[in-house]
Design a protein around this ligand. Structure first.
Ligand SMILES: [Zn+2]
Ligand SMILES: [Zn+2]
Length: 226
């Protein structure tokens, strides 16, 4: 038994020696392996981030384009929602894959700036609708013989007994000979907006919601006095 114990003891110390040697070599090789892992990992992270951004950046561009093009319209809540969601996702992806502290601060500041800018723009456009946009809306409505405020057809002159919408206007049979009866002021019967009125300078009938009189060129301001 004693013999066996001493043999096993010798074997044990030999194994301990081998263990120490192995651990020493592990200790020597670990830093190099970790460096390798770090660089491979950061390369991988960059690749993943690039793939995600390749999808997100076009979406972001699309939302910016939509905001610029149709920011003030019936669908603006939808567009704003889409824009905010895409922007938030881009922020999350950057936060996840570019862990530099400096970058995060820049991103946070930039996003605060964008949000403040959007809010100011939104508030301003609520308070003072852009003249350009108003004019476009009014002109488009007059061209379709529709009230610019409620889209009810402007039924005056030879169109008095007809009814149309923006879509059915093309199919409408407008009488060939437009009877040029006496022009009269016209108020939309639905929303009570004055659409044709007497021009204060030449006393003939002009568009109420367009800047200039077609007869004498007298102009008026379209924006409500605030
Ligand atoms: Zn109207
Ligand atoms: Zn006039």
């Amino acid at each position: 038994m004693n013999d066996q114990i001493s043999t096993l003891g010798l074997e044990l110390s030999e194994l301990h020696d081998r263990q120490r040697a192995v651990q020493k070599s592990i200790g020597q090789k670990t830093p190099a392996i970790q460096r390798e892992f770090q660089s491979a990992n950061s390369r991988h992270q960059l690749k993943v981030a690039a793939a995600k951004l390749a999808v997100l950046v076009p979406l972001l561009a699309l939302s910016v384009w939509l905001l610029a093009k149709k920011g003030v319209s019936l669908y603006s809540p939808l567009i704003y929602g889409f824009g905010f969601a895409v922007f938030a996702k881009v922020g999350l992806v950057m936060h996840e894959h570019f862990p530099t502290r400096m970058f995060k601060y820049i991103l946070i500041l930039a996003s605060i700036g964008v949000v403040v800018k959007l809010l100011i723009y939104q508030l301003r456009s609520k308070a003072y609708p852009k003249l350009e946009w108003l004019l476009k809306q009014y002109r488009d409505a007059y061209e379709h013989f529709l009230c610019p405020c409620c889209e009810h057809p402007i039924r005056r002159g030879s169109l008095k007994n007809l009814f149309w919408t923006r879509r059915s206007l093309k199919k409408l049979r407008v009488p060939d000979h437009l009877e040029a009866g006496p022009d009269e002021p016209y108020v939309c019967p639905v929303c009570t907006t004055s659409l044709f009125e007497e021009c204060p300078s030449c006393k003939r009938i002009r568009h109420s919601l367009l800047p200039a009189c077609t007869h004498c060129g007298a102009s008026k301001s379209l924006l409500p006095e605030s």
